[in-house]
Design a binder for this molecule. Structure first.
Ligand code: SAH
Length: 262
């Protein structure tokens, strides 16, 4: 019975911050939603595109302060879909990259609720582009990894900094601001060069973006001195140099243009 009348739940990636970075498909689902459950990170401007009759539910997750616990979010998705409503679960970046989309789809599957996952530009991709850092590069990097910075030893799947230090060229670290000191220590301990370039990108792709670069050796001091705050992404690897090369090339081109005018 319920399966025939149930609405669909769309687990939607809102992209990294700039509202224009949402997909056409995601935008259409927002426009036709009866209910939208959204996170702190999802760009709230996108909600302006929803119907006037839409029911908006804020699930805001500030670090260490879950406004609505995950199991209740799961229950709400099931509840609204069972009422025949089209539900959008709007999440920052991509729902399947540190977005708990896997838990939500599992819950829906268990209840026989139809669902669709709509990908979004994850913040590593968005922030890297906005900071002019290519995550791979013919000369500097043949691989990159998206890594969580918050998982300590003893967790079910601890981060293998020992392997990451050597086997991946570019590391894009999410949720790492408060752990930057220990991430740095782990990587140095496992042999990553102290001179490895690092970029810190705060609020990437938004009008409030701030970008800082340094080396692994001093990165914790840099973060403290600029009072780096969330959301921020940490990119570690030789590719960070490309940003500096681009900035230098632009400056030289400007100087040459000025000389020609002079
Ligand atoms: N599903 C999201 C990630 C959620 S985890 C995605 O695919 O992007 C939250 C972490 O994402 C933050 O701690 C931060 O590291 C990163 N993040 C999200 N938005 C960001 C932004 N605009 N700039 C930099 N980092 C961001």
């Amino acid at each position: 019975m319920m399966k025939q009348s149930a609405g669909t739940v769309y687990i939607v990636g809102a992209g990294p911050g700039d509202p224009e970075l949402i997909t056409v498909k995601a935008m259409r689902r927002i426009q036709s939603a009866d209910v939208i459950l959204y996170d702190r990170l999802a760009t709230t401007e996108l909600l302006d595109y929803a119907s006037k009759k839409v029911e908006l539910i804020y699930c805001g997750k500030a670090p260490n302060a879950h406004a609505i616990p995950q199991d209740q979010i799961n229950q709400l998705l099931v509840k609204y879909a069972s009422q025949g409503k089209n539900v959008v679960r709007l999440k920052g970046g991509d729902p399947f990259v540190f977005g708990r989309g896997g838990e939500e789809t599992l819950e829906l599957a268990k209840h026989g609720i139809p669902y669709e996952v709509i990908p979004g530009i994850t913040s590593a991709i968005g922030a890297a582009a906005a900071a002019n850092i290519p995550l791979t590069h013919r000369e500097h990097a043949s691989s990159f990894a998206c890594v969580t910075g918050t998982r300590c030893h003893g967790d079910k799947a601890p981060v293998r900094w020992d392997l990451l230090a050597h086997s991946v060229d570019t590391l894009a670290i999410y949720m790492g601001v408060s752990q930057l000191g220990s991430i740095r220590e782990e990587l140095l301990k496992h042999g990553k060069a102290a001179s490895t370039p690092v970029a810190l990108i705060e609020r990437g792709t938004t009008s409030k973006q701030r970008t800082f670069t340094g080396t692994l050796e001093h990165i914790h001091h840099l973060a403290a001195s600029v009072q780096l705050s969330n959301p921020a992404l940490i990119i570690i690897g030789e590719v960070v140099k490309v940003r500096e090369q681009l900035l230098m090339a632009e400056q030289q081109a400007e100087q040459q243009a000025e000389q020609m005018i002079g």
